[in-house]
Design a protein around this ligand. Structure first.
Ligand SMILES: C[S@@+](CC[C@H](N)C(=O)[O-])C[C@H]1O[C@@H](n2cnc3c(N)ncnc32)[C@H](O)[C@@H]1O
Length: 269
């Protein structure tokens, strides 16, 4: 595997999220919002709990936490995403900020959550250390990632289709493996190393109901970052073959794709 340059990867992700911020909601909200309640339950978010939502995107998790009476704030390193979140949820606090270098004081939150954020970080261990630092003792961390592509079928279809017709080894800045934290043992290892205890890993069943057989290709092509770059790097005739393959596979599932999440939680020691 190529050497990871975390800074180059961060730059690549940052440019990507700035670019897709206004389209992300239309593409992914229908599926990423399905795990929000389980995530907040795992972090024991209720009335008066101080919550930090890292990599908040359009702010769904913060809004749900505020709905539970929590004191919640969302941060994202993309100024465009922060604008999306502020526009969507006026009156809720969103700030620009980096998961790997939080601007908050030590022990200032009861809960830190990340909904599908961990898999976009160049230095996820550093983000876990930062979460640990800003949590009070016995505070809780919880994060979701996608399950492996054999189960999160939307990703399985895209990866298989590129592998079949195109090239998965195109030149994009390499990052940590996309499905690294889908592995319960790896998640436990990383949380333990960052100083968390009482670690649990559970599954969250989710289904992506797509509006048409073409929607998966369109969402990945125009509303994601790593997958969009993979698709963009294919030759035009190859891309068309990939598009047709994805379309057919989505049709075989009647436009309804299982997209389970893996939910990881721990307690700050
Ligand atoms: C897949 S989206 C998840 C958005 C939202 N949490 C949800 O549930 O739909 C990933 C988000 O992570 C943000 N992000 C990626 N790297 C980040 C970093 N180092 N610090 C803060 N945010 C980051 C992106 O800008 C993007 O908004």
């Amino acid at each position: 595997m190529s050497q990871i340059d975390p800074e180059a990867f961060r730059q690549f992700e940052h440019e990507g999220w700035q670019e897709v911020a206004s389209r992300y909601h239309e593409g992914f909200a229908a599926v990423t919002t399905q795990s929000v309640d389980a995530l907040l339950d795992a972090a024991r978010v209720s009335q008066g709990v101080r919550v930090l939502d890292v990599a908040t995107g359009p702010g769904y998790v913060v809004a749900a936490a505020v709905g539970r009476g929590a004191n919640a704030i969302g941060i994202d390193f993309s100024s465009e995403m922060v604008e999306e979140a502020r526009g969507r949820y006026p009156g809720i606090e969103f700030q620009e900020g980096d998961a790997e270098n939080l601007s908050f004081s030590d022990a200032s939150f009861d809960a830190v959550v990340l909904n599908f954020g961990m898999l976009h970080l160049g230095r996820p261990e550093q983000a876990l250390r930062e979460a640990h630092r800003v949590l009070r003792p016995a505070g809780r961390i919880a994060f979701t990632v996608w399950d492996t592509p054999d189960r999160a079928i939307g990703f399985g279809i895209v990866i298989d289709s590129i592998r079949k017709h195109g090239d998965l080894n195109v030149s994009i800045p390499p990052g940590p493996p996309f499905f690294r934290f889908s592995d319960p043992e790896e998640s436990k290892r990383a949380l333990t190393a960052a100083g968390f205890t009482d670690i649990t890993v559970t599954g969250v069943a989710q289904v992506w109901r797509l509006s048409s057989p073409d929607a998966l290709f369109e969402v990945m092509r125009h509303g994601s970052v790593r997958n969009a770059a993979l698709l963009r790097a294919q030759k035009p005739d190859v891309l068309e073959a990939i598009r047709m393959e994805i379309r057919q596979r989505v049709e075989e599932h009647n436009n309804e794709l299982p997209m389970p999440a893996v939910l990881v939680a721990g307690v700050r020691s």
